[in-house]
Design a protein. Structure first.
Ligand code: CP3
Length: 365
């Protein structure tokens, strides 16, 4: 494992104990940017950075199922570290999945042969919702905490923070109701129209489970968290505001009380920028459909923006990737920016192209 640019300041402790030396680690660049401090370049990481585009990930994954990888802390920690060691990203997102929380509340899922998530008994009625149980992450999701502890023990001395995450209430509800991934989520939207009270009850139950899971990840060493509302963008902005937003905001407020910054991601973010802004999230992670400088004009100066290179642009030649990445940063400006993609990295992107994106950000001046 390579240790890069680690220059701790050794300071004498202010405590009376003269022999106690405290190592002051530099504040990670990612946390500086998320806390709106001045930085010389934006930090960079990629959603789904621990995944199939890396041969080293495929090597681990070829021997075991996705479920085994998620629930074995040593292996989850190993693949979490891969993009940090191989590409030099500025943060490590813990390897897990947004769906693990559904298993914990009593909605078991599995991944079929094509790799898509499947829920054998999707939620279809108010009585299904009454049967849900609390998530109790320290017991039922203990493997996530264990993986975070392992990664944090290795990365904290290198000033690379671990990002914890969860799905947002709406996106998790959409999977729980639909039973699989979908383009339109028609069953979910019908449920929401026909059974609005049950739908709200489901969002509330999920919000409490998400809060508990994020608190557990923070206690285990996560220094920032991201809430994925990947499918929130299928709703109209006014409906999202009325039905979904209160639950998303509740999660964000509760996490901020723990003093940890939170980033909200949404695919289809453009019509929802004001909804996202008003949640008060520290960072807004937006898709690629609107250039960041235009997003900034809409949301104003308060939030940090994260994004938003089109993930398919990573199929371009490295010099094109580099040029577009530099332009993205120049057009927005260096401060209050975390460079990322507008959605997860695609599994068949060449590693050298991912590296061109990361290096373009790291060499930005
Ligand atoms: O590197 C990281 O970002 C951390 C790990 C991570 C995974 N899933 C691993 C994963 C994270 C943050 C997620 C989030 C997630 N999972 C989301 C929200 C973000 C997004 O991409 O929109 C969603 C909607 C899911 C649900 C999910 N998990 C789907 C729809 C699929 C199948 C599609 C696919 O990419 O294969 C998964 C499986 C999954 N989750 C894989 C990985 C690396 C692929 C599993 C494999 O190795 O075959």
């Amino acid at each position: 494992m390579t240790i890069t640019s680690f220059s701790p300041t050794v300071a004498r402790s202010k405590r009376k104990d003269k022999n106690l030396l405290m190592i002051e680690l530099p504040e990670p660049l990612f946390l500086k940017a998320l806390n709106k401090q001045a930085v010389s370049r934006p930090p960079v990481w990629m959603m789904r950075q621990a995944g199939r585009y890396l041969p080293e990930y495929r090597a681990v994954r070829s021997k075991i199922t996705f479920e085994t990888l998620c629930t074995t802390p040593d292996l989850a920690a190993e693949v979490t570290l891969q993009p940090v060691d191989l590409l030099g990203v500025d943060a490590a997102v813990i390897f897990s999945d947004i769906l693990v929380i559904l298993g914990a509340i009593g909605v078991p899922f599995y991944f079929d042969l094509e790799g898509g998530p499947r829920i054998s008994q999707p939620i279809r009625s108010a009585s299904d919702i009454d049967k849900l149980v609390p998530a109790e992450p320290p017991s039922k999701l203990a493997y996530v905490g264990e993986a975070i502890r392992k990664v944090d023990a290795i990365l904290r001395p290198r000033s690379v923070p671990v990002i914890g995450f969860a799905g947002a209430p709406f996106t998790l509800a959409a999977y729980a109701i639909e039973g699989k991934t979908s383009r339109e989520f028609a069953i979910t939207r019908r449920f929401l129209i026909e059974q609005p009270e049950a739908f709200s009850k489901l969002l509330s139950h999920l919000a409490e489970a998400i809060i508990a899971h994020l608190h557990f990840q923070i206690k285990s060493g996560a220094r920032a968290v991201q809430l994925f509302d990947t499918w929130g963008g299928i709703m109209s902005s006014p409906e999202y505001r009325q039905i979904v937003y209160p639950h998303t905001k509740h999660v964000i407020t509760e996490i901020q009380k723990a003093g940890v910054p939170i980033i909200l991601y949404m695919n289809g973010s453009t019509p929802h920028l004001n909804n996202m802004l008003e949640t008060g999230a520290d960072g807004l992670s937006v898709d690629w459909r609107m250039p960041l400088d235009q997003v900034r004009q809409i949301v104003g100066s308060a939030p940090v923006l994260q994004g938003n290179l089109d993930p398919t642009l990573l199929y371009s030649k490295p010099e094109v990737i580099e040029r577009k990445t530099r332009k993205m940063i120049t057009d927005h400006g260096v401060s209050k920016l975390i460079a990322n993609l507008g959605h997860g990295i695609l599994p068949d992107v060449p590693v050298e192209h991912a590296r061109a994106f990361i290096d373009a950000v790291k060499n930005y001046s």
